[in-house]
Design a protein around this ligand. Structure first.
Ligand code: AMP
Length: 302
């Protein structure tokens, strides 16, 4: 089992879906990621919060064994995101983004974090992603996520992170926006030209497409009857995906395929309730049961 380091946001979210709404709920790319990954491996977290961030949220992550040595407490408000979804739950509409303490965040972390074989640069300012990369020893695998907010606002910095990364995880709209390429397959090829050897495109309820070392792998999403709140699905997927790679301490074809399926399993739980509510009730037995159901669903006949 290898250590997995993540930098990203710890956030307070306001989310509205056709099925309800929450205010100041626990969210953030690193939150969902770390919580999901903690089922598979040892996680180290680098992030910043303001004094308005409830201690109970940090206790939740500490309770999962997440090393919070890289979480800074800063003067100012915690990062806040306000978004909503229509009946097409595949796309979030961002109504407001308040960077707060994220605006001048420089990652600071204990020395042992510098040697982390697996690193995930969760959705956050690409300048922060670069800042972190520059101050650690070269990991075995660096993966990153991003979103439209940074693709339009910080394209140059994002391309510099991509040049140093081994894997990119994005949704289909982001892949098209990043490459200005309407064909998803062409968009993936273009991204491979930017640096990473693995590209994972998340397509919401339609599943995941992965290109790795010249091969494509495609899976459906777990067929859920009701999706309650898709917020965090991408980050939770990433947590399962990277958690499996770090647990196995390998990045070969077989492990990558298992990682995509475990990522999809984790994401399928996250969307069953608001915030991290479903994840905090989740057991390892439920994860294994759904992995088994997934495998059965994808079985090919003779
Ligand atoms: P996902 O639905 O997996 O793409 O991620 C949702 C989470 O991302 C929410 O909990 C937000 O707090 C967080 N988030 C939203 N916008 C940003 C942003 N611009 N940078 C970093 N994190 C964000």
């Amino acid at each position: 089992m290898a250590e997995l380091l993540v930098v990203g946001t710890l956030a307070l979210d306001n989310v509205k879906t056709p099925f309800g709404a929450v205010h100041d709920a626990l969210g953030g790319s690193a939150t969902y990621f770390a919580y999901a990954a903690s089922f598979f491996t040892r996680v180290r977290l680098v992030a910043v919060v303001g004094r308005d961030f409830p201690q109970a949220h940090l206790d939740l992550l500490a309770g999962r064994g997440v090393d919070l040595g890289g979480v800074q407490l800063a003067e100012g408000p915690t990062f806040r995101w306000t978004g909503e979804y229509g009946y097409d739950l595949n796309e979030a509409r961002t109504l407001d983004t308040q960077l707060g303490v994220l605006a001048d965040f420089h990652p600071v972390f204990p020395d042992h974090f510098r040697r982390s074989p697996f690193v995930f640069l969760a959705n956050v300012d690409p300048e922060i992603q670069l800042d972190l990369l520059r101050r650690i020893e070269r990991p075995r695998l660096v993966a990153l996520d991003t979103m439209n907010y940074w693709i339009t606002g910080k394209r140059e910095a994002l391309r510099r992170v991509l040049a140093e990364a081994d894997a990119l995880l994005v949704n289909d709209a982001e892949a098209r926006m990043l490459t200005e390429e309407p064909s998803l397959v062409k968009a993936v090829r273009t991204i491979l030209g930017y640096g990473p050897r693995v590209v994972v495109v998340k397509r919401g309820e339609y599943g995941v497409l992965m290109a790795a070392d010249g091969r494509f792998f495609f899976t459906p999403a777990f067929p859920l009857e009701s999706v309650f709140d898709p917020t965090g699905a991408g980050d939770t997927f990433a947590g399962g995906f990277m958690g499996v790679l770090a647990h196995a301490d390998r990045v070969d074809d077989e492990t990558l395929r298992r990682a995509v399926v475990y990522g999809s399993v984790m994401a399928s739980f996250a969307v069953e309730d608001f915030s991290l509510n479903r994840l905090t009730r989740l057991t390892e037995a439920e994860i294994e049961e759904r992995f088994g159901a997934f495998r059965e669903m994808m079985r090919l006949g003779h």
